[in-house]
Design a protein around this ligand. Structure first.
Ligand code: UD1
Ligand code: UDP
Length: 389
């Protein structure tokens, strides 16, 4: 069999974190699978942080990022940049991850040039086209373009089946973010190296936010809730907020929180310190998709700053709660977890609905099966003991 050329295409921080384990797993079959790495550069600094940590060296970098880029900018620049590369390299398969505009544009490029497309983290849905925006539609469009679907959970498999995707083309793998997390969370990391000084005796509350549908009033409300939380618990908590590079996020966050005493605003953290900061945290408030998957596995309660989530599994178990962007509700729920030990204990049991650390291996085994290099499909991911609700 000729070597099969697998083109990975990604562009943002979370895609890179979730692709890294697959790139590593694929390298174990150098005689069968040959990787080629293309980044759109939709994120510049935040992507480069991850490439450095995971030692990934792209073969092509489209370098598309511009300040305050629009969705059309991302899609058109990625698509035209990829056209040339796909035509030159003629890969046997193109792999994308998740729901960003790079993901969708790369899927479209694969379709236009009839390259088989594999979609990692397929089948997540909120069933609301505006929440999250534009990710819900990016995911649905990518599903229609893909030939193989790597679904992380049983729920995501069911969502794909409901859209009449053939079961034979779906592989239930778990989410590769748990592979990345488990490798990175091992051992110790001194947070001082990353400029984070935690005060002994104070509870750490970690906050991240970046969703487009929260821009404007919702983000202001979120920041005001955080300011109130910081002021009312000034002696007992410390809020750390690594602020996303998006200027629209930075501006609102700085306007409301820069002067609040026990709030530390930082640049985005490298993945290793961020994971260790999650481990040290008492409570996490976030609108991130990836953090919603990682925190439950570390036993950290999460209040999700969104109205809807495409990751319902940890909500059903009780580790994650949706609080939206209502200032009073965010404050009240966080305040309760800081004061009421029983409520906190109930939410803080470690649970792993999203993966077992073996997702990347299953994805690579599925590729070997797809190309006929092995004659069995990989064993599917099974959740262990997920009961509460
Ligand atoms: C993007 C994805 C979102 C994903 C998020 C992860 C789309 C439409 N959005 O949203 O799905 O959850 O990444 O973080 O695909 N910027 C920098 N440096 C960086 C990164 C961003 O300066 O390293 C600034 C630039 O001004 C850029 C802006 O942030 O124009 C917005 O970046 P963009 O990728 O368009 O949107 P995100 O909100 O990051
Ligand atoms: N993350 C990081 N540094 C930070 C904040 C987040 O490395 O300062 C990681 C986090 O652990 C998770 C991923 O980035 O794996 C989530 O990215 P983001 O929230 O930007 O995007 P989303 O998951 O919402 O698409």
């Amino acid at each position: 069999m000729n070597k099969k050329r697998i083109m990975f295409v990604f562009g943002t921080r979370p895609e890179a974190i979730k692709m890294a384990p697959v790139i590593t797993a694929l390298a174990k079959y150098p005689d069968i699978l040959e990787p080629m790495i293309v980044v759109s550069g939709q994120h510049r600094q935040m992507l480069d942080q991850v490439l450095r940590i995971f030692n990934i060296h792209p073969d092509y970098d489209l370098g598309i990022m511009a300040k305050n880029q629009t969705l059309v900018d991302i899609v058109t620049k990625s698509l035209s940049g990829l056209e040339e590369i796909v035509l030159r390299e003629k890969p046997d398969m193109l792999l994308v991850q998740g729901d960003t505009s790079t993901t969708f544009a790369a899927g479209l490029a694969a379709y236009y040039y009839k390259i088989p497309l594999g979609h990692i983290e397929a089948g997540l849905r909120t069933f609301d086209k505006w929440r999250p925006y534009p990710e819900e539609i990016n995911r649905k469009l990518t599903t229609s373009l893909a030939d193989i679907h790597f679904a992380p959970t049983e729920t995501s498999v069911a969502n794909l089946l409901a859209e009449k995707v053939s079961r034979n083309s779906i592989y239930l793998t778990g989410n590769t973010v748990i592979d990345a997390l488990l490798t990175t969370a091992k051992g110790k990391f001194d947070l001082k190296q990353a400029g984070i000084n935690l005060t002994a005796g104070k509870k750490t509350v970690l906050v991240t936010t970046h969703r487009r549908e929260n821009f404007g009033e919702p983000l202001k409300n979120i920041c005001q809730a955080i300011a109130r939380l910081a002021q009312e618990h000034v002696k007992t908590i410390e809020i750390i907020m690594p602020v996303h590079k998006n200027p629209l996020v930075k501006e609102t966050v700085a306007n409301i929180l820069a002067e609040v005493d026990n709030v530390q605003l930082t640049d985005p953290l490298d993945y290793e310190p961020f994971v260790h900061l999650m481990k040290e945290s008492y409570l996490i408030l976030t609108d991130s998709g990836g953090v919603q998957e990682e925190a439950p596995s570390l036993g950290k309660p999460v209040l999700v700053l969104r109205e809807k989530t495409e990751r319902p599994e940890a909500v059903a178990f009780g580790t994650v709660k949706l609080v939206g962007s209502d200032e009073q509700l965010i404050f009240a729920e966080a305040d309760k977890l800081l004061k009421d030990r029983a409520a906190y204990e109930k939410m803080s049991q470690a649970v792993n609905p999203y993966g077992d650390g073996q997702a990347a291996g299953r994805i690579v085994s599925a590729l070997l099966y797809y190309f006929g290099a092995v004659d069995r499909k990989p064993e599917e991911f099974k959740v262990k003991e997920l009961v509460r609700g």
